[in-house]
Design a protein. Structure first.
Length: 175
């Protein structure tokens, strides 16, 4: 709840800001964000594994700060909050990669709904393209979850960093 509620509130702010910005600047800002995040994840992949704690290192009120920042990014870029939350949850809060990805969904769902509504209200949503994409995602997400639970932590982290790099390159090239 700490992640979801604060993410939702700050997504409203981020989405309201996003619809006023130049699309090319937003795209370039997002490319930089993805590259920094990929570099961070690659550095963690190459470093010694941290000693994992049994529970979270910090109590739940600190999750509101993470939810706020992630919601703002999610509202601004339409995606990104959950991508930021994953490494913060593993590094700062001491969760496993799989737990971090699951918790990131707690902030992604509400902020995505608010962001979608805001973008749609400003005619920035192509529903004919978006509906099939959403359906494909819904039909295939369970396979991704099964795969995430089956893969070793380092492989999952490497795939995550590779995905971020691929997205940054494709956006940078406007593919």
């Amino acid at each position: 709840m700490a992640l979801a509620v604060t993410s939702l509130l700050f997504a409203v702010l981020g989405a309201g800001w996003a619809v006023t910005l130049d699309a090319d600047r937003m795209r370039l800002g997002f490319v930089v964000f993805l590259l920094l995040l990929a570099a961070y994840n690659l550095s963690r992949l190459l470093s010694k594994p941290a000693i994992r704690s049994v529970g979270m290192r910090y109590p739940w009120p600190w999750l509101t700060l993470l939810g706020s920042g992630a919601g703002l990014l999610g509202g601004l870029f339409g995606v990104g909050g959950a991508v930021l939350a994953t490494p913060v949850l593993t590094t700062v809060f001491g969760t496993s990669q799989v737990v971090a990805q699951g918790l990131s969904l707690a902030l992604a769902a509400p902020s995505t709904a608010v962001t979608l509504a805001t973008y749609a209200a400003h005619d920035h949503v192509d529903w004919l393209l978006g509906a099939p994409l959403a359906l494909g995602g819904l039909l295939s997400i369970s396979w991704g979850v099964k795969l995430a639970h089956a893969l070793p932590e380092r492989v999952l982290r490497g795939l995550f960093a590779g995905f971020l790099l691929l997205c940054a390159v494709l956006l940078g090239l406007k593919v």
